[in-house]
Write a protein that binds this ligand. Sequence first.
Ligand SMILES: Nc1ncnc2c1ncn2[C@@H]1O[C@H](COP(=O)(O)OP(=O)(O)OP(=O)(O)O)[C@@H](O)[C@H]1O
Length: 203
Amino acid sequence: MLQIKQLQVLRDQKLLKYDFQLQQGKTLAVQGLSGVGKSTLLQVIAGFVAAEKGSVLWHGQSLLELPVEQRPVSYLFQQNNLFEHLSVIQNLMLGFADDTDQDQLLDKLVNAAIELQVDKQLEKKPTELSGGQRQRIAIIRTLLRPEPIILLDEPFAELDPTTRSLATQWVADIAKQQNKTILMVTHQSEDVQQLADEILQLQ
Ligand SMILES: Nc1ncnc2c1ncn2[C@@H]1O[C@H](COP(=O)(O)OP(=O)(O)OP(=O)(O)O)[C@@H](O)[C@H]1O
């Protein structure tokens, strides 16, 4: 269970407030007007922005004191974050423990790339990819990492409707298989219908 208890964040001289909980394995769509604090919520959970008050608990453990790299969180930023000097497949291989079986991992990543129709891009550098291809690679990277909490900030924004639907379904399948707990910022009602168990409407 992820519990956000009376969380307060000061941003741009505004006090943003959050209070909700989400069961493990569920997907929450975070919605609301531009500037209401959707990205800020993800940034606080991930540890990039500090809170004034309140708590963020994962299975009862407080996350706010933990440094970014120790939080059980995998985060897809609004500007998807790939290292430009590495190939796509090298980007995908980052962030797994040293004892991970490399052949199995490669298999898993290649299969995901085939499903999301970006397998031809694996040896390329991120700069050679279109926006939609980068976004699918970033989705694969974020979802297949080991962390149980997945934060997605407009993950499908650059995808055409067909590819978007493919990617949404893939995320739903992985989330179910791996019992991921997902917070997803989106403006699209199709994403909500396909993926979300619950909606948090920020005001
Ligand atoms: N890096 C920052 N430094 C200071 N204030 C910020 C920063 N990023 C956002 N803000 C402010 O925090 C508030 C919430 O912004 P946030 O990006 O969380 O909104 P959002 O709901 O995700 O918006 P959008 O839908 O436009 O992405 C806004 O008033 C914004 O101006």
